[in-house]
Design a protein around this ligand. Structure first.
Ligand code: APR
Length: 235
């Protein structure tokens, strides 16, 4: 049985990292000032300071049991919108769709390297250029790893902790024979053309209306009912 997991900020919410919408980070800071390509061109120092702060905070958060559960799922491809490294610290190997907070990228030599939880250095360690930036995808920039979104071969699609405001998970869910949505809050489907009248969960085969950690038991039960107790994911 092959799994396709697509996660968002809600996966790390149970570890204490704020989500973005509904009282999350974007209610406190302005996207336009710190997280867009225009902001990067206009005032890079502000963008760097914002991501430096996020990176330093990241050191104090720990992976939760859902990060660990997902890391043990066999035959799984995990795409995450999260820029944190909690999946990796739980033993997983996700593909980051929006980049990674612990990495920086040199705009001169294009090298990407990990700086842990430290503030961004002034110069590239490879070429000495000062044109360094957080290796995250800002609003208005290309997200090259989106090429994976519609190409994963899987029997079961699991979307967890994402509002679907950026990636249309309802669209993806319809391409798989079984789909499971985990989110404590029901949400209307939204695309760039506006809001649909349907809830996202209506596009999924199963909906677990719980937070990430609380959903593990239900998820295991569901997998057991579907695939029997022999499957490693149900143990
Ligand atoms: N467990 C699971 N899901 C949760 C939990 C929890 N404990 N708490 C909240 N959620 C759900 C929310 O109900 C919401 O649907 O997680 C979702 C988080 O949605 P967003 O804040 O919109 O985050 P996300 O979907 O990851 O945002 C996508 O937008 O801001 C950009 O680049 C940023 O990667 C981010 C992208």
């Amino acid at each position: 049985m092959r799994f396709y997991i697509l996660s968002g900020a809600g996966l790390s919410a149970d570890s204490g990292i704020p989500t973005f919408r509904d009282g999350g980070l974007w209610d406190e800071v302005s996207i336009e000032e710190v997280a867009t390509h225009e902001a990067w061109l206009k005032s890079p120092a502000k963008v760097i300071a914002f991501f430096d702060a996020r990176r330093q905070e990241l050191a104090r958060y720990q992976p939760n049991s859902m990060h660990k559960f997902l890391a043990t799922l066999p035959n799984a491809v995990h795409l995450t919108q999260n820029v944190d490294d909690l999946c990796e610290r739980a033993g997983g190997k996700p593909i980051h769709l929006h980049g990674k907070l612990t990495e920086i990228r040199c705009e001169t030599c294009q090298k990407i390297y990990d700086i842990g939880y430290n503030p961004q250095p002034k110069k590239c360690k490879f070429c000495g250029s000062e044109r360094l930036r957080p290796n995250v995808v800002l609003f208005g920039e290309m997200a090259p790893n989106y090429r994976h979104l519609y190409t994963i071969e899987a029997d079961i699609f699991i979307a967890i902790g994402t509002s679907g405001a950026v990636i249309d998970i309802a669209d993806i869910a319809q391409k798989y024979p079984i789909s499971i949505l985990i989110d404590p809050k029901r949400r209307k489907r939204v695309t760039m053309f506006g809001e649909f009248d349907e809830y996202i969960d209506e596009y999924f085969t199963h909906y677990i209306p719980k937070g990430a950690i609380a959903a593990i038991e239900d998820l295991q039960k569901l997998l057991k009912e579907t695939y029997g107790s022999a499957h490693p994911a149900t143990k």
